[in-house]
Design a protein around this ligand. Structure first.
Ligand SMILES: N[C@@H](CCC(=O)N[C@@H](CS)C(=O)NCC(=O)O)C(=O)O
Length: 207
C-alpha cells in the first residue's frame, strides 16, 4: 500500500491527501510533528532528502519527495493531468509558479502567525507579503478570465495552486479583493473527492 508521510497543518501534504482521495487510492498515513524535530530524524532523512513532508513511499519502497512531483506521479494517466503535451506543459507552468511565487510567501507568513510569532517577526511578514501579493494579483487576473488554470477542466494545477491560497488569510493576507480567486477556490473545493485540511479541529495546537 502507498504510505504518505505528512504533518497535521502542512498545506503541501494536504495537496497529496486531496488527490489520493480524488483518485480513490488507499494509503497509510504517517503524521510527523515538525515542531518536535521529527522531519530531521535520521530514519526519516533516509527517505526525505530535503528533510520535509510530504513524502510518498511507493509500494516498492521508493520515496517521492516534493508535493508537485508526487501530484504528477499520481495524476499521470488520469484526467487530473492531461495527456496533450501542451496542456501538460501548461499544468507544469502553474505548478512551478505556485512553488516559486505563491507557496513560500504564503506558507511562511502562515507558520509565523500560527506559531504566535507574527508580532516579533513583523518585518519578515511584510517581506513575505511584498512577494505574495503580486503573485496573488497575477493569479486573480488570470482567474477573472478563465475558469481553470490549464485548459477547460480541473487539474492538479488548480489543486496545487489553490491549497495555500485558500489558507492565505491565516498568514495575514487580506483576500477579499481577489474575487477571481474566491470563486475559483469555491469551484476547486466543490470537486468530487476534495477533502478539507482538518476535520473539525482547530489549527492552533501543533505543527
Ligand atoms: N517544496 C516542498 C515544500 C515542502 C515543505 O516546505 N514542507 C514543510 C511542511 S509544509 C516541512 O516539512 N517543513 C519541515 C522543516 O522545514 O523542518 C513541497 O512542495 O513539497
Amino acid at each position: 500500500m502507498l504510505r504518505l508521510y505528512d504533518s497535521r497543518l502542512s498545506g503541501n501534504s494536504w495537496k497529496v491527501r486531496i488527490l489520493l482521495s480524488q483518485l480513490g487510492l488507499p494509503y497509510e498515513r504517517v503524521t510527523l510533528d515538525i515542531r518536535k524535530g521529527e522531519t530531521r530524524d535520521p530514519s526519516f532523512r533516509r527517505i526525505s532528502r530535503f528533510a520535509r513532508v510530504p513524502v510518498l513511499l511507493l509500494e516498492d519502497g521508493r520515496p517521492i519527495v516534493e508535493s508537485g512531483a508526487i501530484l504528477v506521479h499520481l495524476a499521470n494517466g488520469t484526467p487530473y493531468l492531461p495527456d496533450d503535451p501542451h496542456l501538460r506543459t501548461e499544468v507544469m507552468s502553474w505548478l512551478f509558479f505556485e512553488q516559486a511565487d505563491l507557496q513560500k510567501s504564503i506558507a511562511t507568513a502562515r507558520v509565523l502567525h500560527l506559531h504566535g510569532l507574527a508580532n516579533d517577526r513583523m518585518q519578515d511578514i511584510v517581506r513575505y507579503h511584498a512577494d505574495g501579493y503580486p503573485a496573488l494579483e497575477k493569479l486573480d487576473e488570470w482567474l477573472l478570465d478563465h475558469t481553470w488554470l490549464a485548459g477547460d477542466s480541473y487539474t492538479i494545477a488548480d489543486l496545487a495552486a489553490s491549497a495555500y491560497v485558500s489558507l492565505a488569510e491565516q498568514g495575514g493576507y487580506a483576500m477579499a479583493r481577489f474575487s477571481g480567486i474566491e470563486a475559483w477556490v469555491a469551484r476547486v473545493q466543490a470537486q468530487p473527492g476534495w477533502v478539507p485540511l482538518l476535520h473539525g479541529e482547530s489549527t492552533s495546537s501543533s505543527a
